[in-house]
Design a protein around this ligand. Structure first.
Ligand code: BTN
Length: 146
């Protein structure tokens, strides 16, 4: 038997059947997103397993070289409650660094979708004594732009 979480039960009880059929809860990451730093990312089709590819256009960088769009690979849960979690890795093409993002999608009542993410950015260091300073962390909020 299917087990529902509390938010799912609430949605089932409060959302009329017609609305539920016409406006499915969203959470699919496919499309363009922009974050609070001005960075943009494109997620191409999410497959039936929740795997996806995309391209990250960062607005900021600590690298010496000019910024270039960089590939991302990730996966998301395919929950139908609009609150799925996901993760992706960005392999920066203009830098030796690698970033990983984890996050959750929140599908708001008006149809707006917000991605709340946390990231780790690993830079390359010369030797292990420098390992302590090699990882930055932070948070970004994304909204859909396309
Ligand atoms: C680098 O500086 O070596 C590569 C670019 C890193 C960009 C970071 S990743 C986390 C944060 N969120 C963004 O949108 N851009 C920065």
């Amino acid at each position: 038997p299917r087990v529902f979480s509390s938010p799912q039960l609430l949605a089932l009880l409060t959302q009329p059947l017609g609305t539920r059929l016409l406006i499915p809860q969203q959470c699919n990451l496919t499309g363009w997103w922009k974050n609070d730093l001005g960075s943009k990312m494109y997620v191409s089709e999410v497959d039936s397993q929740g795997n996806f590819l995309g391209e990250y256009h960062t607005a900021v960088s600590s690298a010496q070289k000019p910024i270039e769009p960089s590939p991302l690979v990730g996966s998301q849960h395919l929950d139908e409650d609009g609150q799925c979690t996901f993760g992706f890795t960005v392999n920066w093409k203009f830098s030796d660094s690698t970033a990983v993002f984890v996050g959750q999608c929140f599908a708001e009542k008006g149809g707006e979708e917000i991605l709340q993410t946390s990231w780790l950015l690993r830079e390359k260091v010369d030797s292990q004594p420098s390992n302590w300073k090699a990882t930055r962390t932070g948070q970004n909020t994304f909204t859909r732009v396309g």
